[in-house]
Design a protein around this ligand. Structure first.
Ligand code: MC0
Ligand code: CO
Length: 133
């Protein structure tokens, strides 16, 4: 497998409408439309910047991962997503290395990307998402 680039940085926010102003009004970036990813219990907005994007994540459910993250840590960076060329192969290789995965098989994320998370306990406290588009 090949890791290609930082695809996006996931930021947990209470309100996409409020938080997006930082990126649009202060940094002059443009936000794409908001999309719901029901499986992850989030609404998502992407803000492209150069080769990567900022992903704003607002919870749609108090039991979802973003609501839980904000409850514990407040708003802030929740994950870093790396784009890979072949996510099934990447997960197979990580599994063989004994890495603790949250998702052993890819799920579908925003924009129909295939995504999977590595547990932060296996990565010195960074929640890593792999994604293939
Ligand atoms: C739409 C899609 C896309 O891009 O297309 C997305 O991004 S969806 C983005 C949202 N979806 C996800 O995050 C899905 C994957 N995440 C999960 O499954 C969960 O959030 C876990 C990461 C397993 C955490 O689960 P849960 O909140 O139940 O456990 P917990 O609070 O007891 O946390 C277990 C330990 O992990 C740490 N921990 C929890 N969340 C963390 C995070 N985001 N970054 C770093 N460490 C984190 C906690 O501090 C704790 O450590 P201590 O034990 O030392 O206190
Ligand atoms: Co993400």
């Amino acid at each position: 497998m090949k890791t290609l680039k930082i695809d996006h940085i996931g930021i947990a926010v209470k309100s996409i409408e409020e938080a997006s102003k930082i990126y649009t009004e202060l940094l002059g970036l443009e936000m794409h439309g908001v999309e719901e990813v029901a499986e992850q219990k989030v609404k998502v907005a992407f803000i492209p910047v150069g080769e990567s994007e900022v992903e704003l994540l607002e919870s749609t459910d108090p039991e979802g991962p973003i609501a839980r993250f904000i409850e514990k840590n407040g708003e802030g960076i929740q994950h870093i997503a790396f784009r890979v060329d072949d996510i099934e192969k990447a997960l197979e290789e990580l599994k063989q290395k004994g890495v603790r995965l949250i998702d052993e098989k890819p799920r579908y994320g925003a924009g129909g990307a295939k995504i999977a998370f590595i547990h932060p306990k296996a990565t010195k406290g960074v929640l890593i998402e792999l994604c293939e588009r």
